[in-house]
Ligand binder design. Structure first.
Ligand code: GLU
Length: 447
């Protein structure tokens, strides 16, 4: 394989699709050496096939806002790869959504899902709809209009969407309601992240954050360290950050910062359960402002506008917000502030130069596709419960999530251990995911 040539042809074919090209480049760099030891992959042109989505659906979504004005957005579903199972991955509603963003997310999802040990292919979808400032009624009308187009592309054995940025339990509810009406199918397994009384798995809302902390525990244990007493800086205040804060607190760590697009809230005494509960209120308000935490808890949460979570002194950084949110300058600031570990929870949350800095300055680093895989893994567990028409207890789901995160960590160690004994988690995760998908593609013939 010649990474340079493949990248050059993708760049020429998809100019400006920067997130997608960045995600592909990272994976190809990591797998090149292993790939070249497998001439059968080269003969079957596995990489050339794997970097292209199987198909992309694009559709217009028209809805009416509260003032009675007609609004139009664009919706997408990228079905990336089905080598190891039906298409699986979330829906993102955010003003910046583009085909490039969803292609990068679908590509990442393919490898992430392969790491979970469960049979799920990779997909992603969403819309450039901006939930900020929208009322509950507007969100419902948008979700219904979106599903009006999406329903024909999905199915419990075909493609199973879930939530992502801007899509949580409320949106999944509206989407599922409309799906039933249009498809006259009552199989709850068509979407995951549902409410607990109508097919949702216990712990699915917490799972991405919980899984990230379990992975972090495994990584620290492997490095001979303990999370107890560590200061943790978290970016974002959405569903993922919320789950991460709950588990960090439970494991005896101190969350000293959360952030938003408007700035950072420093919490010198550590986040409390009451503050964590308030994160849910902040999200439901659709205001997208972390300053609200400081207003609600004066003197305890200290807001600084325009600053990131990485400006706060910490041991462990957990990016939980958006792709490319952590730049090289932030990585340097973290190091200067005493940080020695960064577990990326958001998808591709760290820019390549930041990862390079971490890896060359003795800072433990693990990539999103390994760290945040507990979310989609618990979606896989939700699908199993739906297929069996049962629901497991929280303890049962949690035990399985523990096992999956431990197994993902082991795969990273197996494929990422370097001659000096340290683990390159980026390499480990990419190679482990790639080998599984590549082998399945090979066995299923030229398609
Ligand atoms: N959006 C989540 C992710 O990035 C979850 C996807 C799912 O549960 O299908 O993995």
């Amino acid at each position: 394989m010649n990474t340079k040539n493949i990248m050059a042809s993708l760049q020429a074919k998809y100019p400006g699709e920067n997130e997608y090209l960045q995600a592909v480049q990272e994976v190809l760099e990591s797998i090149e050496e292993v790939y070249n030891q497998h001439p059968e992959f080269e003969r079957a042109k596995i990489v050339e096939r794997m970097v292209e989505p199987d198909r992309i659906f694009t559709f217009r979504v028209t809805w009416v806002d509260d003032r009675g004005e007609v609004q139009t957005n664009t919706g997408y579903r990228v079905q990336f790869n089905s080598a190891i199972g039906p298409y699986k991955g979330g829906l993102r509603f955010h003003r910046a959504v583009t085909p490039s963003m969803l292609k990068f997310l679908g590509f990442e999802q393919t490898f992430k899902n392969a790491l979970t040990t469960l049979p799920m292919g990779g997909a992603k979808g969403g819309s450039d709809f901006d939930p900020k400032g929208k009322t509950d009624e507007e969100i419902m009308r948008f979700c219904q209009a979106f599903m009006w187009e999406l329903w024909q592309c999905i199915g419990p054995d075909q493609d199973i969407p879930a939530g992502d940025v801007g899509v949580g339990g409320r949106e999944i509810g509206y989407l599922y309601g409309m799906y039933k009406k249009l498809a006259r199918q009552y199989n709850t397994g068509v979407l995951t992240g549902k409410g607990a009384t109508w097919g949702g798995s216990i712990l699915r809302p917490e799972a991405t954050g919980f899984g990230a902390l379990y992975f972090t525990q495994n990584l620290l244990h492997h490095a001979g360290k303990d999370i107890k007493g560590c200061k943790v800086a978290v970016s974002g205040f959405g569903n993922v950050a919320w789950g991460a804060c709950i588990k960090a607190l439970e494991l005896g760590a101190k969350v000293v910062a959360i952030s938003g697009p408007d700035g950072v809230c420093e919490i010198p005494d550590g986040i409390t359960q009451e503050m964590i509960d308030y994160m849910l209120v902040m999200r439901a308000s659709n205001r997208d402002r972390v300053e609200d935490m400081a207003t609600r808890f004066p003197g305890k949460a200290l807001f600084t506008p325009g600053k990131k979570a990485w400006s706060v002194k910490c041991d462990i950084a957990l990016p939980c917000a958006f792709q490319n949110e952590l730049a090289e300058a932030d990585a340097k600031e973290l190091k200067a502030n005493g940080c020695w570990c960064c577990c990326e929870v958001s998808n591709m949350g760290c820019q390549p130069a930041a990862i390079h800095f971490f890896q060359h300055n003795g800072i433990l680093f693990a990539p999103g596709k390994a760290v945040n895989a507990g979310g989609v893994a618990t979606s896989g567990l939700e699908m199993t419960q739906n297929a069996e028409h049962i629901s497991w207890s929280g303890a049962e789901v949690d035990e399985k999530l523990h096992f999956i995160m431990k197994s993902i960590h082991e795969q990273c160690v197996k494929f990422g251990t370097q001659p000096d004994g340290t683990v390159d988690y980026v390499k480990g995760a990419n190679i482990a995911g790639f080998m599984k998908v590549a082998q399945a593609m090979l066995e299923q013939g030229t398609l």
